[in-house]
Write a protein that binds this ligand. Structure first.
Ligand SMILES: [Fe+2]
Length: 322
């Protein structure tokens, strides 16, 4: 297969994922690994770290923005491996039209310059779930039913990480025991203001006519005997600065800080973070933009079996609304 042909395959992650994950399933069967047990593990542990999942070969200089993503052997192997890992879990690789123009993969790199986005690209990040203002799977936005659910998984693949900057993961299973029953009950009430994260603000404004925001949303959800979370230190909070709801958010945020596990994503590694039962963040990234600086690719995985046609775009197999 030529590089060009391989890149064309990535444009259809659904059939590529099906094809490649079949090979993985054959290999799992050959080594006596139970696929269902593996999939269950992905729903009980906040993350799965796959070291040396792919070869990092033939990389250009680290890009200096989310897009464009260079078509090179190294980025191709990272993307194909991410799609395969997500498909092996029984999920589809997806993007949202309102974030980075709906591109399936984006560069997570140091962005040069000053201002909100460049500073954010280097600073440490508190624990959050991605696409926090979108509903969890199985629910709908109260005002716009076309809004697709946030992703089940955030998938990061490592191309360069010279300073071993750590991605942090906070398992919900370690956060909840630090809260009282009353605080957990508060977090389940539809009473929070949840603003779209920075990368979704312009896109949701353009597509929905206004920046997406939830007025009166829950942060914890009972789903099939499990608790799911959506949270962001900066984009989700109580309406009033005082009171039981604000106290519960503060307790949750403090508990988050005590249970962050650091994972340095090395070149060739894939990290799958469960976006329902785990939060993720990052330590600071040191160095100058470009050159051989830190470079991860990010994409999302979602069980799309329950999606309605109107939650997708007609012209794409992976791009979700908005
Ligand atoms: Fe994130």
């Amino acid at each position: 297969m030529t590089l060009e042909e391989a890149c064309d395959c990535l444009a259809d992650p659904v059939s590529t994922g099906e094809e490649l994950s079949r090979l993985v399933r054959d290999e799992l069967a050959r080594t006596g690994t139970d696929l269902n047990a593996l999939r269950e593990q992905a729903w009980t542990e906040a993350y799965i770290h796959l070291p040396n999942a792919f070869d990092v070969a033939g990389l250009p200089a680290t890009p200096e923005d989310f897009l464009p993503l260079p078509d090179a052997e190294g980025t191709l192997l990272a993307r194909a491996s991410s799609i395969t890992a997500i498909a092996t879990l029984g999920l589809d690789t997806v993007s949202y039209g309102s974030e980075n123009d709906g591109e399936l993969f984006v560069n997570l790199v140091i962005i040069p310059g000053d201002g909100y986005v460049p500073e954010k690209s280097r600073s440490s990040m508190h624990g959050h779930t991605d696409a926090v203002s979108f509903p969890v799977r199985g629910q709908f936005d109260s005002e716009e039913v076309r809004i697709a659910p946030s992703p089940d998984f955030v998938c990061l693949s490592g191309l360069r990480n010279p300073t071993n900057a750590a991605t942090t993961v906070m398992p919900l299973s370690q956060i909840l025991p630090q809260l009282t029953e009353g605080q957990i009950a508060e977090l389940k009430k539809p009473q929070f203001i949840i603003r779209a994260q920075g990368t979704f603000r312009d896109g949701t404004q353009r597509i929905l006519g206004e920046e997406h925001q939830v007025d009166g949303g829950e942060l914890l959800f009972d789903v099939n005997g499990q608790l799911w979370v959506r949270f962001s230190h900066s984009s989700a909070g109580a309406d009033d600065e005082e009171g039981a709801a604000a106290d519960a958010v503060e307790a949750f945020a403090n508990a988050c800080k005590t249970c962050a596990t650091g994972v340095a994503i090395a070149p060739g590694d894939i990290l799958l973070v469960n976006n329902r039962i785990g939060l993720h963040g990052r330590t600071t990234v040191d160095g100058e933009a470009g050159g051989e600086s830190r470079w991860l690719l990010r994409t999302y995985g979602l069980d799309t079996s329950g999606l309605n046609a109107e939650q997708r775009y007609e012209d794409s197999v992976h791009k979700l609304f908005p």
